[in-house]
Design a protein around this ligand. Structure first.
Ligand SMILES: [Zn+2]
Length: 176
């Protein structure tokens, strides 16, 4: 049996070393902090996950499950294809596209983002070891300008959705 080719994910930058004294991050009390997290998380879930479902539908991608109990809590799991999909908010997960930390409470945010990156990396490694293809989609890849990036990331799902292959090819491609 030949091993399936896995999409190579970019390596995250190493965690910068700095003065991470814990009291520096202590700028919100516990309830303020959980309120911020709750608000950001629910907004993100509503918008980006629904947008990804739209993108799946456009491409006739089927077979996803949500809320699957897997390490790292992927946003979508395709059990038959053994694919796990995460949609990562650019700020929270430290994408370089807008990797600017607000001036206020900068240390708090930086530590938070670094923790998320460590968790993301661990989840990708663990799921890959379990035989999953892990697809991580950045929030900014839903922008029209980044349509090619999104298409490329969804390719394994598009290919799986398009069997038999003739169905995915245009008439021109078939006649070639
Ligand atoms: Zn981004």
């Amino acid at each position: 049996m030949t091993s399936r080719k896995r999409t190579q994910l970019p390596k995250l930058p190493p965690t910068p070393k700095g003065d991470d004294s814990p009291n520096k991050s202590d700028v919100f009390n516990a309830s303020e902090r959980s309120e911020i997290m709750r608000r950001v998380k629910s907004n993100r879930n509503k918008s980006t996950e629904l947008r990804l479902i739209e993108e799946f539908k456009k491409r006739k991608i089927v077979g996803w499950r949500r809320n699957v109990r897997l390490f790292g809590h992927p946003d979508f799991v395709f059990p038959k294809l053994r694919v796990a999909v995460f949609v990562d908010g650019c700020f929270w997960h430290g994408h370089r596209c807008r990797n600017t930390v607000p001036k206020d409470h900068a240390d708090y945010w930086r530590i938070k983002i670094e923790r998320n990156q460590i968790r993301d990396r661990a989840a990708t490694e663990r799921l890959t070891a379990l035989g999953y293809l892990v697809i991580r989609i950045w929030e900014c890849e839903f922008k029209k300008a980044n349509a090619d990036l999104l298409e490329e990331k969804l390719r394994p799902l598009i290919e799986a959705a398009c069997r038999p292959l003739e169905d995915c090819l245009t008439k021109e491609q078939i006649s070639d």
